[in-house]
Structures are given as C-alpha cells and as structure tokens.
Write a protein that binds this ligand. Structure first.
Ligand code: AMP
Length: 445
C-alpha cells in the first residue's frame, strides 16, 4: 500500500482545485480551510485512487469524500426530467439511519449549486416515498445497507452505473453485522469503480474488507481524536445512584448549560431517566435503538433546534450524530467499555473549541472509572458537586427548567476554570467505538 504523502496536501480549498460551484458552497457554509482529512483525501480521490481513510465523525470526513465525488460527477449534471439521465453514480453506505440522514444533509449542502440529484434511503420508514425519489433518478444515493437491498430487490433502483462507492464508518458496519449485505451490494456494482472506505479504526477485519473490496488503496490517517481526552474538560462527581438526577440538574444550573447530551448504558435506563426528567419539567428527548425512527428523528431535530434541552441517548443510538455547539456531555452512567467513554466525550476539535464532559459516578461504578482512567492513561480528578449560587447566575440561553433544586450548604463547590468563564463550552458527539452490540443494539434495518 502506497502512502498518501505521494501527493502534496493542499492548505486551502482553492488549492484543492474543486469546481467553483463546490468552492462557493463550502464558502457559504463558512469553511475557510480544509480539515486535515480533507487536505489529505481530496487530492487522492480526485486522482482516482481507492482510499482507506481513518477518520471519525467530527473530522470533516463527509466533505472529504463528498466534495471530490461531486466534482467528478459534475460533468453528468443535467436538468433532464428523464430518470434514465439520472442513474446512481455515487453510492454512500452508512451503518445507521441517523448517519445516513446526516451524510445526505451534507451532500445536499455541498451540491446546492449543482444540478445533481440525491436522496437517502434507510429502514424503519415506509418505502413508498423513497421509491418515488429513486424512480425519478438520483446521481448520489446515501443508504443503509438493508434498505438499499430492499429497493434493489424491487428494482426500484439500479446500481449498474455506480462509479463511486463510499463505505462510511466501515468498522461500525462490520460491528453491526452488515458484511453479508455489503457483499451482496458489492456484487451489484460495476467492477470498474472507485471505492473509498472510511473507518474510525483500522483493524484486521477492516483491512480484510479493504483487501477484497478496494483496488490498491492509499491509506490516509488523521490523528485519532483520542486527543478528546486532552481537549475536553473532564469532570467527575461522585454521586450515589439515587442522587444522580439532582446532581445532573444542579450541574446544568450552576454551569448555566443550555443543552446537554446525557448518556445512559441501556435503553431501559434511558427511558427511565427521560420519564423522571420530564416529571421535573425538563424538556427532554430520548433516543435509543428501540425508538421508532420517527421518534428518533423528532428528538434529534428538537435537540438540534434547541427545543429539547436534554437529549438522553444510549451509545448506539448516538452513533455518528454530529451536533455542533453542544455545550456538554454527561455520563449519567459510565459505559462498560472505556472506549465508549472516549467516544462519548467526543471530539471537540471543531474550530479548536474545547468541550465539557461531566461524569456522575456512583460507588458501584468505581471499577468502570478505573477502567476509563487506564484506557485514557490519565487520572480523573474527583470534584465535589458545585454548590448552587445564592442568586441564580444570569442565563445566556434558554435554561433548562429546574424544579425543586436542593441546595447543600455544606458543599465546598467547584469553580469554573477561567478559560471557560463567560462562554459556553462547545462539544461535539462523535463516533462510538468498534465493539459488539450493546444492550440496546438495533441494526439500521
Ligand atoms: P463530519 O466529520 O463530516 O461529520 O463533519 C463534522 C462537522 O465539521 C460538520 O458540522 C461539518 O459541517 C464541519 N466541517 C466540515 N469541514 C469543515 C471545514 N473545512 N471547516 C469547518 N467546518 C467543517
């Protein structure tokens, strides 16, 4: 495998020599410079190479594959109403509905100045609407594997003109048991195509997958954002299991957090926490694998629009979700896998912003905490719960309604670091790790 250094990485979008329609779209989105994965991957994709790229959500990986694909498909852009003039030329496979939707949103944003059509298909919803889009013809199709096979089986879409295939979060697709589906899909595609594999991690399985699906791929790796553990301010509060809700509400209030993502280990505890927070008057959304697709989308949209203050999520449900400007992540329950901890607290590298991760750790979770510390090779200092100020701190954004807050005068309190005063921390949620399905695992279809 040749290394990507063969081609010089560009420092500006202009240097990447992308079509003007793409440059203007990127500018309108406020991107000023390409991210490392974009700098590395875009020239290689434009050069027609297969790629094995290690990058997680939050690194700008979607643009890293979408921009050069759109650039290459651009000559086929046309305004014809004939479906035959709009065959699927680029296929992006994603493991979860949420990621598929998110990737498609990016495709739409990057392609906004080009007459190229795109759509997204995923399971858990009626096929009819998706069929109409597919029958009309799209150049870019984003799909979860199972639903794509359903449509392909019904001949709603033909994949025999696919020139570009992207396997997004390939490690997760393998984790979720999509290998047989992937093989079936690959069999429907032309042999002569360009294939890009994106994965948060490279392991033997991924390398085998790449060996069978990719042609002489170049390898691109951007620094694993395990640096999340350095960039993110990590706070641990020791709290009895029964006191966690009070602690959560108190931290939100004292730190003036307008929104937070709250992780639980299981679907059951996510539901339970959601109900209890609702009873406390908190606008809360819950996402986990057993929730109907429409509920998950509603909760996520509500959260992204700021209507939902707390989004309670399990690790799998949160996969691939990318929410910018998220003030904070709470570990209401520590995960069983320390890798999940790192993934939960996320990569906050966006615009160099740092983030805040608060773990509420009960005595029963001491072993899990020790596991996390071993994994991140760092001791996490235990802070006492912050004390509630005598007068409520000024609220910059709609606050989480907090009721019946209890105060504990004996609490020594925790001061907010200077670097964090006067601004809200920004965190982003990113990919969970490669590991077998957790208790709430539910495949995309
Ligand atoms: P992704 O890793 O593709 O999910 O992207 C993570 C976030 O970074 C998304 O919100 C993108 O809109 C944003 N993004 C992607 N590329 C850039 C860039 N070059 N500059 C600033 N933001 C970017």
């Amino acid at each position: 495998m040749t290394e990507s250094s063969a081609l010089e990485a560009a420092n500006t979008f202009e240097e990447l020599a992308l079509a003007p329609e793409l440059l203007s779209a990127v500018l309108e989105l406020g991107y000023t410079v390409p991210t490392p994965i974009q700098r590395e991957a875009i020239p290689l994709v434009l050069a027609g190479r297969d790629l094995m790229a290690q990058a997680q959500t939050g690194t700008g990986k979607t643009a890293a594959f979408t921009l050069p694909l759109l650039h290459q498909i651009k000559p086929h852009a046309n305004a014809s109403t004939s479906p035959a003039r709009h065959p699927v030329r680029a296929l992006v496979l994603a493991p979860t509905r949420e990621l598929a939707i998110q990737v498609h949103e990016s495709v739409v944003a990057y392609a906004k100045n080009l007459p190229l059509r795109s759509t997204v298909v995923y399971g858990g919803v009626n096929m009819k609407e998706q069929e109409a889009d597919l029958r009309a013809g799209v150049e870019v199709l984003v799909a979860t594997p199972g639903r794509l096979l359903d449509h392909a089986g019904n001949k709603t879409t033909l994949l025999n003109q696919v020139q570009f295939l992207v396997l997004d979060e390939a490690d997760r697709m393998l984790d979720m048991g999509f290998l047989p589906d992937l093989k079936r899909i690959l069999d429907m595609l032309p042999k002569n195509r360009q294939t890009l594999l994106f994965s948060a991690t490279f392991n033997d399985e991924i390398t085998r997958l790449a060996g069978s699906f990719l042609k002489d791929p170049l390898k691109v790796e951007v620094a694993r954002k395990n640096s999340a553990t350095e960039l993110v301010e990590q706070i641990v509060h020791k709290v009895a299991e029964d006191d966690k809700i009070e602690a959560l509400l108190r931290v939100l209030r004292v730190r003036n957090l307008s929104q937070a993502l709250v992780f639980t280990r299981t679907k059951l505890s996510a539901d339970k926490l959601g109900r209890r927070l609702q009873r406390r008057g908190v606008e809360v959304g819950v996402i986990h694998g057993d929730k109907a697709q429409v509920e998950r989308i509603l909760a996520l949209d509500g959260f992204k629009q700021g209507k939902v203050k707390l989004l309670v999520a399990t690790d799998i449900a949160a996969r691939g979700i990318d929410i910018a400007e998220l003030p904070c992540v709470f570990n209401f329950e520590l995960p069983y896998s320390p890798e999940d901890y790192v993934h939960r607290i996320g990569r906050t590298g966006r615009a160099g912003a740092s983030g805040l991760a608060v773990s509420l750790v009960s005595p029963e979770e001491d072993k899990l905490l020790a596991g996390v510390e071993r994994f991140i090779n760092k001791r996490l200092e235990i802070s006492p719960l912050p004390s509630v100020p005598e007068r409520p701190a000024p609220v910059r954004d709609a606050p989480v309604p907090i009721q019946a807050e209890h105060t504990d005068a004996a609490d020594p309190g925790v001061s907010v670091p200077r670097s964090r005063r006067g601004r809200e921390p920004v965190c982003a949620l990113f990919l969970p790790p490669v590991r077998p399905a957790e208790p709430d695992a539910s495949p995309a279809e």
